[in-house]
Design a protein around this ligand. Structure first.
Ligand code: FES
Length: 173
């Protein structure tokens, strides 16, 4: 049986390291060449999905749906007055992910308080101010579903999300 001398061992490990460096170099270069994506962004396209007809949306009555896939629960609300980021003729329709940004519990819309409440650790989010976290354990706002209103069809269409859905590294996976 042949024994490796110290010199030959070092030669081998040295050349292995060189091969490793060569094979990783293009990856390192590619990473340096493209700026890092902000959290929640993706190079994949968001789907355009009908949420509901505006005429089916009563003021302050939430309708729940999923976007951008079945594992991402969301809610749309017509506020009855113009709000930040609102769409539609009155700019009063907004939509959000219903997964709390603290630990992912499902937030519910409290019609009396006109706010989203998380039952797990009592975070509260403001539907009239782009899902802003008002109080509680969460530190991030609720991700906002970006809507478009098609007046020819009276349709509210989800087109993307602003903010990272809880538990994901990118919204589209
Ligand atoms: S999971 Fe919502 S406050 Fe903790």
């Amino acid at each position: 049986m042949t024994q490796l001398s110290r010199r030959n061992f070092l030669k081998l490990t040295g050349s292995s390291a060189a091969v490793g460096t060569l094979s990783l170099a293009p990856i390192a270069h590619a990473q340096q060449g493209s700026p890092p994506l902000p959290p929640g962004s993706t190079t994949l396209p968001y789907p355009r999905e009908l949420v509901t007809k505006l005429s089916e949306l009563a003021i302050n009555q939430p309708i729940y749906f999923s976007y951008p896939d079945d594992r991402s629960p969301c809610v749309v609300i017509r506020r009855g007055r113009e709000v930040k980021g609102g769409v539609g003729p009155e700019k009063d329709v907004v939509a959000y992910s219903t997964q709390c940004t603290h630990m992912g519990c499902p937030v519910t819309y409290d019609q009396e308080a006109e706010a989203f409440k998380c039952p797990c650790h009592y975070s509260i989010f403001d539907p009239d101010n782009t899902g802003q976290m008002v109080i509680g354990q969460a530190t991030e706002n609720l991700p906002r579903v970006i809507l478009e209103y098609d007046d020819t069809e009276d349709a509210l269409v989800a087109v993307s999300i602003d903010g990272l859905i809880y538990g994901r590294q990118a919204n589209i996976i």
